[in-house]
Design a protein around this ligand. Sequence first.
Ligand SMILES: *[C@@H]1O[C@H](CO)[C@@H](O)[C@H](O)[C@H]1NC(C)=O
Ligand SMILES: *[C@@H]1O[C@H](CO)[C@@H](O)[C@H](O)[C@H]1NC(C)=O
Length: 363
Amino acid sequence: MKFQFLSFLSLTASAVALHPHSSSVVDDTCIAPGVCLPPTSSDYTKFGRTLAVPRKQWGDSGGFCGSLSIQVIGLSYGVYHSQDYIRKCAPKSDPLGHGDDDLGYEILHSNIEPALDNLGFTFNSWDWENQVHPQGKQYLQWMKEELVGGGGIVQFVICKGDAHNSYGPRRDPVPYDHIEPFFALYSKNSTSAVDADSDILVHGSDYSPDGEDNYGYFRSMGGILDSLDMDGNCDAAQAGYGKNEMYPCIYQDLTYGYSITGLKAGVETEEIGVFFDEIDEPDVRSGETVADLHANVIINGTVAGIKYTIERYDGVDNFPESGAGVVSTTTVVDGVDGGLTWKDPQGVPSDVSTMWVVTTKAK
Ligand SMILES: *[C@@H]1O[C@H](CO)[C@@H](O)[C@H](O)[C@H]1NC(C)=O
Ligand SMILES: *[C@@H]1O[C@H](CO)[C@@H](O)[C@H](O)[C@H]1NC(C)=O
């Protein structure tokens, strides 16, 4: 999916995430009719993976939208997996996208569950096979509960002008075009049923920056479902690459979504999120050179007077959950009230996996 115009993509330079909001009137990086700024009302609380930051996918081999979506949400749990590695954790499946046994397989609804399991995540799946049709309304309720519960959703979406069939037979199409991280929810009442007007989803397009500040795109839950004709809530969406990913819809009859809820056993960590100065990673599959990414670890809810220990693990074989738990660096920082951001002085190789764990235990 979304593999058009690859050469154009790889020519664009990497932009810097989270640059300050400029005073310019028009935000060229926010594609109409999308909205790229959060609601301002103080009645709102933000749920889900509140520290997630949108990133940019590779465009080759069918497009790495599924990998990228998993990567973005994984970073909000303190884990970086390269897009390449995520595919290598995905088995062959039916329907089948791009890939082979060496390179791994394109993430689709048919193989995402074993992939998430192999990657060490816990998750909840929407039961698309057994839910009553049309699924949309119930699906939104599920989304709200997952996000309020602190999960981040790998969401399969339909995009204006696309085929609405991902590798299914023509007579039995698989109705999605793209996969995006739907990582947060702004709600005025987390315990109520979905409020179509006031509950607002936040998602990435997979082509960051999503707005000048790269906060992502903001959509009210009442405006996200549509038919495959896309002449309802997505009527105003623009067709084509670089536009339709920024204003997708969720198919109202049948939908696929996987909520990543955490890491498998054995890791206790403070509430953290990792974001990089770079919003993309070099595409080593199309010949680009591995680069060092520059990580920032955000620790939420820190308290002055308490010391925080940040441990970094390089490579999945050294991750604590593998049983090995081989630490590469340990840093102790002093807490300040509210939260803090620690910049890792050591580069992060873009083509492998790295993990940060923060504890308040004395070391
Ligand atoms: C920090 O944690 C608090 C309490 O859990 C939460 O309300 C707040 O949204 C978090 N802040 C960020 C930036 O995630
Ligand atoms: C939130 O919704 C619940 C369930 O509908 C309701 O009982 C509660 O009063 C609402 N809270 C507020 C602050 O409106």
